[in-house]
Design a protein around this ligand. Structure first.
Ligand code: NAD
Ligand code: TDX
Length: 350
């Protein structure tokens, strides 16, 4: 039985990847390693927690000794590395956590994989999940390609860029069998409501202001989270060692236009008069170093590995809103306590 370590599996994207792997590959044993920060939530995985091919391990990737022992004990055949501090605004107020987890944590995993695979790399894989934000910001036109030069602007994207470079360096220097993907903005169920879409769905639900940064003119390329999970699966199994793949939906939205769609669909779902939720839109101080536009060209992934996104945005956003409305208890649980304190610090003066 192959042993696959998925890091950050209790988070948003990780939980969808863990579920897919546990159900799709009964001949793999999936180990989910997660520190359970504010963003990690085992409720996301209730439906797979009793499966015989699944094990949860609580632990911190920053703890190098612990990681080394874990790898020695289980002799993993593959790693899919998603654990990270992932929210740009938090990286602006507290960069150090991002440096520790995203950079040091990644190097600890690379060192441990290098150590246990030193005599045999046959069939082994270290898959590093990264973001399009490493490429920086685009103007009104153009796309990010796999060979676009890195130009990160936030502590978050700089820490992810740094981890990408280190992963590549371990391939070039030590021959570690790595693969990297850089994906655009994900949306879907189980996303912590600090990111734009679940935050605004939750605020509309509570009739709270919708804090639009700047003029709302920044553009993001949105991909449904299950399409990202499918891409990870295809790349993990069929991508060539040492390669990078861009993942994106060719689905660009100006923030303000996307927010208006959210408001319209929420009005319909909540039985509110047309235009009611839009009244909650509040323009606030822009995010520092706010990237104007992200747009991914995923032609390589489509041509070489045959992956395409399965959902149109209109369908995906409707499914997403339905998920949050059907899982209001999940939303209430994650928005209490710790999160509330963070929220007040973040938006209290805006
Ligand atoms: P998330 O914040 O929802 O989840 C991160 C998970 O990592 C959490 O479960 C958390 O507990 C865990 N974690 C954090 N620090 C840890 C540590 N030190 N040790 C062990 N576990 C730790 O993030 P996400 O949105 O699911 O993103 C997952 C990955 O995908 C990240 O690497 C992120 O950079 C990348 N990514 C995200 C997006 C997006 O739109 N969300 C897009 C492209 C790439
Ligand atoms: O309250 C808000 N108001 C607002 O206008 C928030 C939270 C965001 N925004 C804007 C900022 C961005 O232009 O919405 C856009 C999306 O913001 P986020 O959801 O914070 O995502 P982004 O900064 O684009 O980064 C996301 O995509 C790439 C993820 O958080 C990263 O983890 C991923 O790597």
């Amino acid at each position: 039985m192959k042993k696959i370590l998925i890091t950050g599996g209790a988070g948003f994207i990780g939980s969808h990847v863990v579920r897919m792997y546990v159900n799709k590959y009964p001949d793999y044993h999936i180990f989910n390693l997660d520190k359970l920060t504010y963003a990690g939530n085992l409720e996301n995985l209730k439906d797979v927690e009793n499966k015989t091919n699944y094990t949860f391990v609580k632990g911190d990737i920053v703890d190098g000794d612990f990681i080394q022992k874990l790898f020695e004990e289980h002799q993993f055949d593959g790693v899919i590395h998603l654990a990270a501090e992932s929210h740009v605004d938090r990286s602006i107020s507290n960069p150090m956590e991002f440096i520790m987890t995203n950079i040091i944590g990644t190097v600890n995993l690379l060192n441990a994989a290098r150590y246990i695979w030193k005599d045999n790399i046959e069939g082994k894989r270290f898959y590093h999940v990264s973001t399009d934000e490493v490429y920086g910001s685009l103007g009104d036109t153009g796309f990010f390609y796999e060979d676009t030069a890195y130009d990160p602007h936030s502590p978050y994207s700089a820490s992810k860029a740094s981890s990408d470079h280190l992963v590549r360096a371990y391939h070039d220097t030590y021959g570690l069998p790595i693969i990297i993907s850089n994906c655009s903005n994900n949306y879907g169920g189980n996303q912590f409501p600090e990111k734009l879409i679940p935050l605004f769905i939750n605020n509309i639900r509570h009739n709270k202001p919708l804090p639009v940064y700047g003029k709302g003119e920044n553009v993001r390329d949105w991909l449904y989270v299950l399409d990202h999970a499918t891409a990870i699966d295809v790349i993990y199994h069929n991508g060539s060692i040492g390669e990078t793949f861009n993942i994106g939906g060719h689905n660009e939205w100006k923030n303000i236009d996307l927010i208006k769609v959210l408001c319209k669909v929420m009005d319909k779902k909540l039985g509110r008069p047309k235009g009611e939720s839009e009244k909650l839109i509040t323009y606030v101080t822009d995010r520092a170093g706010h990237d104007l536009r992200y747009a991914i060209d995923s032609t390589k992934l489509q041509n070489e590995l045959g992956w395409t996104p399965s959902l149109q945005f209109e369908e995906g956003i409707e499914k997403t809103i339905d998920w949050y409305l059907e899982n209001q208890e999940w939303l209430d649980n994650v928005t209490s306590g710790n999160y509330q304190k963070y929220y007040d610090e973040m938006y209290g003066d805006r």
